[in-house]
Every structure is written in C-alpha cells, then in structure tokens.
Design a binder for this molecule. Structure first.
Ligand SMILES: [Zn+2]
Length: 433
C-alpha cells in the first residue's frame, strides 16, 4: 500500500511538470537500498512543499547520516533514537567526512527527525521517537484562534499566549473531554465560569480573565462557531481595584510636622523653608531641589518653576508664610555659595546645591520626629490638594499648582489666573489663627 502512495506522488510531480527533486539530489544516489529510500524521501519532501534547495539540504544530511550508519554496520531497520542521538552529539562534533557533510546540529536534528518520520510512515522502521500528542478539536480551534489574534488583531506573542491559555481553560471547564459543542453554550455558563474562577482569583486577576474570555467569544462569534449574544454575558469589571488612598496629614499632624524644625538654628531655618515649599506650594522634592535664587520673583511674590522636559514653565504665588521663611533662610541660613541654587548644604564643603534625595531625607526625618507614618514628600502634595479641593478650588486650578501636564495642556499656562491661584495657595486652615 505504501508503494502505491509513493507512485502516486511521483506521478503527481509528473502531472504538475515540476522538476523531480530526485534529479537534484545528485549522482551519488545509486542503486543501493539506502539510496533508493533517500531518493523516495526526497520525493516525499517535495510533495510536502519543500523547495528544491530545502530538499537538497535535508537529503545531504540524511546521506551523511546514512554513511555513518553504514560505517557503524547499523542496519536501517534496527535504527533507534539512541543512534540518531549519538550521530548528533558525538559524530558531528568530530566529523571529518568528505563534503558535502552538513555539520550544523540543529539543522541535522530536524532533517533526521523528518527522515525518521518518513521511515516510520513507510513502516521501514518501528516507531523510535515519541510521537507528539494527537491534535484534538480543541487544539485545532485554538490554533485558528491564535492565527486570528496574530493576523487579524495583530496582538503581541505575550498577549496571544495569555488569551490562548484562558481560552483553553474555559473550554476545559465547559467541555472537559466531551465533544466540543460550542453552539450549545448557554449565557449563564459564561457568567458562571467567571463566578467560578472569581472564587480563586484576586480582583486584579479577574479583569484580564474577562477581557480574554470576551476576546475568545468574539472570535467564535466572528468565525460563525457561536450564536450571537454571549460576549455581553461576560461581566464588566473595573480595570483594577480602586487603589488605597495615600495617607493624608490631618491639620494637627501637619502643624506638628512644621513645628518640628528648630528654627533657631541655621539648619532649622533652611529645612523649615524647604518644608513649606513642599507643604504650602505643593512642590515635588525634585522641584524644591532645583529652585534657584532667580526663580523667586519678589515683586510678583511668586515662584517661577523652570520648564522641564514634561512640563512647561509654571508660576506659583508665594504665600506670606513661605516668603517670610525663605527670606529668613536667605538672611541667616544660606552660606555664600558659588552657585545660584536656593537650598544648599551647610556643612563642609558648604554651598553645594541640595540633591532631591536630600530634600526627601529632611522630610522623612521630620515625619519620624513627629511619629507620622509616611515616607515621601508626595504626602504633603496630596494633603495640599485635598484641602484645596475641600475649600472649593477647581480641579483645574489644583492641577495647575501641582503642575499636572494633562490639564495644563488643555488650557495652557497663559490662562491660569494667578490671583485665583493665590487664594487657593494661601489660606491654610492653620493660618486662620
Ligand atoms: Zn561525518
């Protein structure tokens, strides 16, 4: 029977008037038993769609392998996986065979594997390599789904892998080893699956599960394998759980924080001015560290924040309390320095600009002195924004003070009402004695 298959394939070639690959294999193929097999193997490859060049490369490997088998006195019918392994591992490493004798191991491995599959199909050897598990209907469906994700949706390999995995889980949950009857799928089974998984998953993991399930059902609908209307039965979940609100300083905490600086010392004056820049101007640690003497506009009573890569220049009103603290520091605290940085080191070598991490360290230490459970300077920004909002400041104004690029972009820096900002920036609850 195998014979007739081969003959038919050969005749196929003739019918399609394609070059018979056996002719390209070379004159080395003579009339010996192995040579005849290799020649048929070449025909089989070409029938499989391999181009002339691909056939020639694989046949070269098999000729090499065949020569090695002959030299070792190994009959083809006694071939085992161990022989192939020995050839690939040991012979190739020390091969001195005359050309052409391909030596690339990966290439030889795949060519020999293909040859062995051919021998097995022709029942010329018994099965010597473990067979891949048979391709099930689920495998075929998921292969089609993957092709859809790749070619139609253009999804990345990582996304495809996740969706493939979730689709398989869903099918396994619904059908197990039973036949795949997608048209019997009920709406309540879709939501039921999500509920069943929800028992074992965190809320954050449930959202991607729903996205992936919706994607798979949409593909089934799209390809006509599923009746319409099931996609909508996948629950809509928020993208992620609402993050815990960052800690806010209550007015007494904030007061304690500001009072914790020993303002009778040079260092205390500097650090108090820094603390006010963070808490009353809502600047970032980095922005405080980058302030220069030239950023202070005493006539306008404002601080100019230089343009950075993400943010354009901002003008922030300087409340009295902050202005007084900065003046106090400039008068009694800041040592003469070679640079224009506002906040500089006081210890030797003094006058170096403070780095942002140093600003954050000053705040951390003050928090620790007051027993406040917070680590970063952002707590002060957040506290400012929350209180400003409670006093009725619009989110737009708050965004302008905080320097949030997204809202700035919509209205533009020029339209910020500095007087309105001043009202927002000024009256802290603690200021109203
Ligand atoms: Zn060799």
């Amino acid at each position: 029977m195998a014979k007739s298959v081969k003959v038919q394939r050969l005749s196929d070639f003739a019918a399609r008037q394609q070059p018979v690959p056996a002719a390209t294999v070379g004159r080395r193929v003579s009339g010996r038993h192995l040579d005849i097999i290799i020649r048929d193997f070449a025909v089989d490859l070409a029938a499989d769609g391999y181009k002339d060049n691909g056939v020639r490369r694989r046949v070269s490997v098999v000729e090499h392998f065949g020569r090695w088998l002959e030299q070792g006195g190994i009959a083809l019918r006694r071939l085992t996986a161990e022989h192939a392994d020995r050839f690939l591992r040991y012979h190739l490493a020390h091969c001195h065979c005359p050309e052409p004798a391909p030596k690339d191991r990966a290439h030889c491995r795949s060519a020999i594997a293909r040859f062995v599959r051919y021998l097995e199909a022709q029942q010329l050897v018994r099965s010597i390599f473990p067979k891949p598990p048979p391709c099930t209907p689920v495998d075929r469906l998921l292969t089609a789904y993957d092709r859809h994700m790749k070619d139609v949706r253009g999804l990345s390999p990582g996304t495809r892998q996740n969706r493939h995995r979730d689709a398989r889980r869903f099918l396994q949950w619904r059908f197990g080893d039973r036949p795949l009857r997608l048209r019997q799928l009920q709406p309540k089974e879709v939501s039921g699956y999500v509920l069943a998984r929800a028992r074992h998953l965190r809320a954050t993991a449930l959202h991607p599960l729903c996205v992936n399930l919706r994607s798979f059902l949409r593909f089934l609908e799209f390809s006509g394998r599923l009746r319409r209307g099931l996609v909508g039965r996948v629950p809509q979940l928020p993208q992620r759980a609402v993050p815990a609100l960052p800690k806010l300083l209550q007015p007494p905490e904030r007061r304690a924080f500001l009072n914790s600086f020993a303002r009778s010392t040079l260092r205390g004056r500097r650090d108090y001015a820094i603390a006010l820049c963070l808490s009353d101007l809502a600047l970032r640690g980095q922005e405080v560290a980058s302030l220069t003497l030239d950023d202070l506009d005493w006539r306008a009573m404002a601080v100019r924040l230089a343009q950075t890569k993400q943010r354009r220049e901002r003008l922030i009103p300087l409340p009295d309390r902050v202005a007084r603290a900065i003046l106090d520091y400039l008068k009694w605290g800041r040592p003469p320095a070679q640079n224009r940085a506002l906040f500089v080191h006081l210890h030797v070598p003094c006058g170096r600009p403070l780095a942002a991490h140093y600003v954050r360290k000053i705040v951390r230490r003050a928090f620790a002195r007051c027993g406040i459970q917070a680590t970063g300077t952002h707590v002060l920004r957040h506290t400012w924004a929350t209180w400003a909002h409670r006093r009725g400041a619009s989110l737009k104004l708050i965004a302008d003070v905080l320097g949030h690029r997204s809202l700035e972009a919509t209205t533009g820096y020029a339209h910020v009402n500095v007087e309105e900002l001043r009202r927002v920036a000024l009256p802290w609850p603690t200021n109203r004695r």
